[in-house]
Design a protein around this ligand. Sequence first.
Ligand code: SAM
Length: 285
Amino acid sequence: MAGSTWEDMISLNSRAETVQQVLGPVRDYLSQDVGEVSWDKSRISLEWAVDKDPYPIPTTEQREGYYGPNHFNYWASGLRDYCQLIEWVEQNKIRSNTILDIGCASGRLIRHARNNFDEVIGCDINRQHVDWVGRYLDPSIKIFQNTSIPALPLPDASVDVVTAFSVFTHIECFDTTWLMELRRILRPGGIAWLTIHGDRTWRDIGPTWPLYGALTAHPDYPRYQGIKDLPEDRLIFRWHAERSYSANVFYTYEYIKKIWGRILPVRDIFPALPFFQDIVVLQKT
Ligand SMILES: C[S@@+](CC[C@H](N)C(=O)[O-])C[C@H]1O[C@@H](n2cnc3c(N)ncnc32)[C@H](O)[C@@H]1O
């Protein structure tokens, strides 16, 4: 159905037709592996990971454009990010029964999570992603459509690890409400693993970084151009007033520590892979 509907203010594509095109599994795209995107192979070998994943790869369109035509790099990037997470989880002895990936899109990360977690849950505001995961990935993965209102249909203290890759980088309001909701669903000792654009991204961003084009094209950007340190605790570049998921957001580390840290203690902040964003790890006590 064309045009905006009330659902589209708090979710995406809720009434759109789902895209039918399907690609093969990663095995079909091994020739695209030129070593550009790699992970800790001593932990997970290529052969093992390929064998374990007979599920289709989403088309470039079905995966938010990630990695353009390189389907192998897309798949490997999920494994790389997953290995970084799981290494931290193991080193810090975090329980790993249940993982929830918020803004999971078409499952870049969660398709790999069955290796360690008993229960894998994904959610996204975009119904097309939710339909795609439901149709094509491992049937044991639970998937649901959430909305931009910070409320998740999950019980209190039911999740060990919550991840959100490139989601808080777009959340321009209610970030603290989301944090409260994560605190509610996390088990004591559980962690939230959230990527952000922080002081470092603002300071170091250059023309080769993926965000650069969109950021510098924004009409407000010239006001901030050349300012070395993030000029606001939450610097928001918003494109549309009437829909969610249309902003790029920067948070200072100080804001994260002072404001997010009041809700969930900050365990760590370090560069993501690649280093265009940072990972914030918060832990429920
Ligand atoms: C930049 S993409 C990242 C996708 C995925 N996390 C990854 O790393 O491949 C952001 C995703 O978050 C979803 N999203 C945006 N705001 C959201 C929200 N408030 N709750 C859940 N999903 C959201 C979008 O629909 C999109 O699929």
